[in-house]
Ligand binder design. Structure first.
Ligand code: IMP
Ligand code: MG
Length: 179
């Protein structure tokens, strides 16, 4: 990975340790609740996997695909490309996200799930660019500066999700593929 990554921001060891702590916290908070974990594909996969192994409760996992229109305008409208399979009315929903940037994606999804009658809705995000939003997730893995990161599920143009830690790509990868 040294050929790809300019700088490691968060190591795999740090991520796994954080997943353990968050999982224990969620286990305490959701005792006696009807927990449905909703993963936002595709970026959530490694995080959801490591996190839920540390949640010692009976729970249901569902997935959604939401993506923002990448048109010429900056207004990011969110489109649901794949929806939940089962109803969530009356359930305690925990949304699992890879990263919160502007907060637009998570905001839209939260409003949608509220309208469907979830009993409670909280967010667990691996990363949060806190300077870019004023939405505070209940559970935050790591606060990061406003830099574009890849790895551990996060992509640049659908690649680099398999990098086992959070890092910053070498500049040449952005330069050669720029839109
Ligand atoms: P938001 O709607 O602005 O909060 O954007 C959230 C989505 O943008 C995330 O789910 C990611 O798919 C993507 N994103 C934001 N920042 C990064 C980054 O640094 N690396 C990779 N994807 C990112
Ligand atoms: Mg995402």
């Amino acid at each position: 990975m040294d050929k790809i990554i300019q700088k490691v921001l968060i190591s795999e060891t740090e991520i796994l340790a954080r997943c353990k702590t968050l999982g224990q916290q969620i286990t305490q908070d959701y005792k006696n609740k009807d927990l449905v974990v909703i993963g936002l594909l595709k970026g959530c996969i490694p995080f959801l996997s490591d996190l839920t192994k540390n949640i010692d409760l009976i729970l249901e996992v569902q997935y959604m695909v939401a993506s923002s229109y990448h048109g010429s305008t900056t207004s990011g409208e969110i489109q649901i490309k794949y929806d939940l399979e089962n109803p969530i009315a009356g359930k305690d929903v925990l949304i699992v996200e890879d990263i919160i940037d502007t907060g637009q994606t998570i905001n839209t999804i939260m409003n949608l799930l509220k309208a469907r009658g979830a009993k409670s809705i909280e967010v667990v995000t691996l990363l949060d660019k806190i300077a870019n939003n004023n939405l505070r997730a209940k559970y935050i893995g790591f606060e990061i500066p406003n830099e574009f990161v890849v790895g551990y599920g996060l992509d640049f143009q659908q690649k680099f999700r398999n990098v086992p830690y959070i890092g910053i790509l070498k500049k040449e990868f952005y330069d050669t593929k720029g839109e």
